[in-house]
Design a protein around this ligand. Structure first.
Ligand SMILES: [Zn+2]
Length: 259
């Protein structure tokens, strides 16, 4: 986690804030007209998924990406950082070891959902904003000549975590440069926002609805992230980054994209 604060004013979960509980989101969803469902559009041949940290691609849009792949769209996953800063005070794993493990976890999780191994850019965890121009060029290179027939699916520019927001801005710049279409997904928004939060572009929301089998597959993929979903040890600094109350909010019967 970085000490930089984002425009939302949210600066992470270090303070022990458990965020907006799943039940609150569910009550809100039940009381409003369902947002439209996203079906895989026929006019795209490439999908570039931008993941700030290894696990965002699965937590945010694992099923969404999987459906594009199953429909014959070429899916490319960009691992922007290696996630080496998830446990800065760990007595168990060094940042280098963590990066190596998280890369393998992400590859396994992607494979479980029929997705290719991510392309790793190796930008420093927590430092994406400093490398935003470099990242925009790298995404544009990956879009290549597919231009308007390419969707770039990145974390939302207002998601709260500085790396997530920087990825969204870089993806937006890459789309301007190449003619690809930007689509965004929230991850940390579910934590800091409340239902109806005016900064969130709910009017752009499209839902990808998971059936029981989809959800079981996603849970199995998420379980590959062992350095994140379980403590590295019982010692201070080794706590789980994705404890159950965070996971239950992220792994639900719906994925959300801002179309
Ligand atoms: Zn992340």
């Amino acid at each position: 986690m970085t000490t930089d604060t984002s425009p939302t004013g949210w600066d992470g979960i270090a303070g022990g804030d458990r965020g907006t509980p799943l039940a609150e989101w569910q009550a809100w969803a039940a009381a409003r007209e369902p947002d439209p469902e996203l079906t895989v559009p026929g006019d795209y041949r490439r999908l570039v998924v931008v993941a700030p940290h290894p696990d965002d691609e699965i937590l945010g849009v694992g099923e969404t990406a999987s459906r594009f792949a199953a429909a014959g769209v070429e899916v490319l996953i960009v691992a922007v950082t290696d996630g080496d800063a998830s446990h800065p005070d760990s007595p168990t794993l060094s940042p280098d070891r963590l990066a190596a493990l998280r890369g393998v976890e992400s590859e396994r999780a992607c494979a479980a959902l029929g997705l290719p191994a991510p392309v790793r850019l190796g930008i420093g965890d927590g430092l994406v904003a400093r490398e935003e121009a470099t990242l925009a060029r790298a995404i544009a290179d990956i879009v290549g000549d597919s231009g308007p027939s390419c969707l770039v699916l990145s974390t939302w520019r207002g998601d709260g975590h500085p790396d997530h927001e920087a990825c969204g801005r870089a993806a937006a710049a890459a789309c301007v440069a190449t003619g690809a279409r930007l689509v965004e997904y929230p991850v940390w928004t579910w934590h800091w926002a409340s239902p109806g939060e005016p900064r969130v572009p709910w009017e752009r929301r499209r839902r990808v609805v998971l059936d029981d089998a989809d959800l079981a597959a996603k849970r199995a993929a998420v379980a590959e992230f062992t350095t994140q979903v379980a403590p590295l040890s019982a010692r201070p600094g080794d706590e789980a980054i994705l404890p159950p109350w965070i996971l239950e909010r992220l792994v639900t019967a719906e994925e959300t994209v801002f179309w």
